[in-house]
Design a protein around this ligand. Structure first.
Ligand code: IYR
Length: 220
């Protein structure tokens, strides 16, 4: 065997099993909705840890795993994030965003108020490492950082849903305040803020639909 290689651990399923697994996975993930009304009920840290571990199995450019996840449950840190995010959102909704952008957001009913940043038990700030830092302090080039962190984030969202939690992909823009509030180094760029927890009892979601398979794919 070539040096540095090990045998693949692989489980093969029958075609029938495969069809059944593909269908039941779809049946689960199609129920995922982006939620903005969160309960303050606690969610065990261990569940969040496990979901982040799942995200960390994502493929990445040159296997550099250029991501860092900061899971925040501390109320005062969450509040500082809320204050900073709402300041950016006020600027966004009252001037920075184009009319076209605001009208695209209209069906979602969003505004500059982000109470869920206090309410939800967990905020997960996801950072992409623009470059690595070697032991001697020199910079290590990273490849496909956005793609890699995007894939890991998708896996985290799916893992949270699979565990039975609701999540929101939140993108206050710009998000540089996350480095300051969370004390992250300058080689890490905030990618997304994920809000996770139980939905509130009266949570509502916009009545919007997904494109059909024919609308998102072609087979040749
Ligand atoms: N970051 C803002 C605006 C916003 C932008 C997009 I694109 C969305 O899909 C949803 C919201 C906010 O969180 O309100």
């Amino acid at each position: 065997m070539a040096d540095g290689f090990i045998p693949l651990e692989y489980t093969e399923y029958t075609i029938a099993e495969m069809q059944q697994r593909a269908a039941s996975f779809y049946d689960d993930v199609r129920r995922r909705r982006t939620v903005r009304d969160f309960s303050d009920r606690a969610v065990p840290r261990q569940v969040i840890e496990q979901c982040i571990a799942s995200a960390g199995t994502a493929p990445s450019g040159a296997n550099q795993q250029p991501w860092h996840f900061v899971a925040v449950s501390d109320a005062s840190v969450k509040h500082r994030i809320r204050e900073a995010a709402e300041a950016e959102e006020r600027a966004f909704y009252s001037g920075k965003a184009s009319e076209e952008w605001l009208s695209a957001l209209e069906p979602l009913g969003t505004d500059a108020q982000k109470p869920f940043l206090d309410t939800a038990p967990w905020l997960i700030a996801i950072f992409g490492e623009s470059y690595g830092v070697a032991e001697d302090g020199s910079q290590v080039k990273h490849y496909y950082v956005q793609e890699s962190v995007g894939i890991a984030t998708g896996m985290l969202i799916t893992a949270l849903h699979h565990a039975g939690l609701a999540a929101l992909t939140h993108t206050p823009s710009p998000m540089g305040f996350l480095n300051t509030v969370l004390g992250r180094p300058s080689n890490e760029r905030p990618f997304l803020l994920l809000v996770a927890g139980y939905p509130s009892d009266d949570a509502q979601v916009p009545d919007i639909a997904r494109k059909p398979l024919e609308g998102i794919s072609s087979f040749v």
